[in-house]
Design a protein around this ligand. Structure first.
Ligand SMILES: [Zn+2]
Length: 225
């Protein structure tokens, strides 16, 4: 249940690093335990962030301000709505400037199963988010490459959200389709929009005990990366 097979992003040479990251990202969802439950060929007509996901994004953005930062979206898709239950921070071994950031792949390999196992439906990789300087709410060519690598891994397009502080937090959400076309999609915040999906339902202690073998098997060991 590993997302990325690369070492922490700060080690190694940049090009080599990027190549490895792209390769790892392409492989990532093939290893995931939880494919989309419905809408196998889902499009995206909107994105919903849980209260927790939204607060995770904001707290990370504020703690790095004015530097760029970002993270990954985990959740589920139903009726072409992409429900983000969890938004990660970038991790431990990260890089931040005003116009660039790099995330920690080992960290994401670790927290993906750790978070996913808490939910009855598990979690899928849905995309990513990052902060942009000033009011810039369009992608750089590097962003574009990253978005495409996520779309390829997810196999169903990818959601990529930008956060601007100009000066209050403003969210701009894009969907990169399977055909490689971008479009902005509405983004809504609130657990109430998850009503009827069950996507915020937590697992139970009984279910965890029953799945103990799987829990033990899926813990990411960087030594084996
Ligand atoms: Zn960017």
């Amino acid at each position: 249940m590993k997302l990325f097979s690369t070492p922490p992003v700060l080690s190694g040479k940049k090009n080599k690093k990027r190549k490895k990251l792209l390769k790892a990202q392409r492989k990532a969802l093939k290893r995931a335990d939880h494919p989309f439950e419905s809408d196998k060929a889902a499009d995206c007509r909107g994105v919903v962030l849980s209260n927790r996901a939204y607060l995770s994004v904001l707290s990370e953005v504020y703690s790095r301000d004015p530097l760029e930062t970002g993270g990954i979206f985990f959740g589920n898709v139903k009726n072409a709505v992409w429900y983000v239950a969890e938004a990660s921070d970038p991790g431990v071994y990260t890089l931040h400037t005003r116009a660039h950031h790099e995330m920690d792949n080992n960290y994401h390999n670790h927290i993906y199963p750790v978070l996913s196992r808490l939910y009855q439906h598990g979690l899928c990789l849905l995309g990513l988010w990052h902060r942009h300087p000033g009011s810039l709410d369009t992608f750089s060519s590097d962003d574009d490459r990253t978005n495409h690598s996520f779309a390829e891994v997810i196999g169903n397009g990818a959601v990529s959200m930008l956060v601007n502080l100009d000066p209050t937090a403003r969210l701009t959400c894009y969907y990169l389709s399977k055909n490689g076309e971008y479009r902005t999609v509405p983004v809504m915040v609130g657990d109430k929009y998850f009503a009827g999906t069950g996507f915020l339902e937590l697992t139970t202690s009984e279910a965890l005990l029953k799945n103990k073998d799987r829990l033990q098997a899926e813990i990411f060991d960087p030594e084996e990366a």
